[in-house]
Design a protein around this ligand. Structure first.
Ligand code: ATP
Ligand code: PRP
Length: 214
């Protein structure tokens, strides 16, 4: 019998796609229609335990080792910069991080940039030698340039509907995003067989999903 694997799973929009992937890999975890408020879901036949976490907290659980592995967006990994291993690109929850603003935006001195991702935004503009004032918001970021809080925003674009419906334009793409499987550094060594076995189950499912999209 392999060691118990604790997996931090993001609640919310990634869960639907991540849980489908895990089910296709043969792990009996509930789908997104399950209305249970349970935060810890045991899958005894696979000797796994799923911890239902807020997406942005997944790397924290994994770095501290209370979860051995986790599923998290590349955006959160870039922002949180936690000391974890990135094992697999799961190819799900695809979107991109971009600089967005009004279509007729003109460069100004020391512009204000609103974002949920202050570290990503600061690093992006610093690397380009542009001085900006970063303002942290927690949601509805597209409001900021519309109501004059910021000159531009750094946020995610998936279908583009939010920026279109609000008369905004995508100025620059910063990086593309998918969800990743991450591991705690110690767990990766101590529970290597179990982690490797899970990766081996997930990999063909990821490859098949990619092939179906191509
Ligand atoms: N259209 C999208 N907008 C935002 N994130 C997306 C989108 N598509 C995929 N994602 C991915 O989903 C992850 C979680 O999204 P988000 O931060 O909006 O959390 P949530 O599921 O709405 O839950 P919460 O609001 O509680 O944090 C992001 O980190 C990103 O990797
Ligand atoms: O290109 P689209 O398909 O329109 O997706 C992008 C939007 O989705 C996310 O917002 P979310 O739904 O998480 O809301 P919030 O950030 O305002 O809470 C993101 O912050 C964008 O606003």
């Amino acid at each position: 019998m392999q060691e118990l694997l604790k997996v931090a799973m993001p609640k919310g929009r990634i869960y639907k796609q991540a849980s489908k992937l895990f089910r296709e890999a043969g792990l009996a975890i509930p789908d997104e229609t399950d209305e249970s408020r349970k935060l810890i879901i045991a899958v005894p036949e696979a000797n796994m335990e799923f911890i239902m976490a807020k997406p942005v907290d997944v790397p924290t659980y994994v770095e501290y080792g209370v979860a051995d592995i986790g599923v998290v967006g590349k955006d959160v990994l870039m922002e949180e910069n936690r000391d974890v291993y990135e094992l697999l690109d799961l190819g799900i929850a695809r979107c991109r991080m971009s600089v967005i603003g009004l279509p007729d935006w003109k460069p100004v001195l020391n512009p204000r940039v609103a974002t949920k991702y202050p570290n990503v935004a600061s690093q992006y503009f610093r690397e380009r030698g542009q001085q900006v004032e970063v303002i942290k918001l927690n949601g509805s970021i597209e409001l900021a340039p519309l109501i004059g809080l910021a000159d531009r925003i750094v946020d995610m674009v998936e279908t583009g509907s939010t920026i279109r419906e609000n008369g905004l334009a995508e100025h620059e793409e910063i990086f593309s995003i998918t969800s990743r499987l991450i591991a705690n550094r110690v767990s990766y060594r101590m529970k290597n067989n179990a982690i490797q076995a899970l990766c081996d189950r997930l990999q063909p499912v990821i490859a098949a999903a990619l092939a179906a999209k191509a």
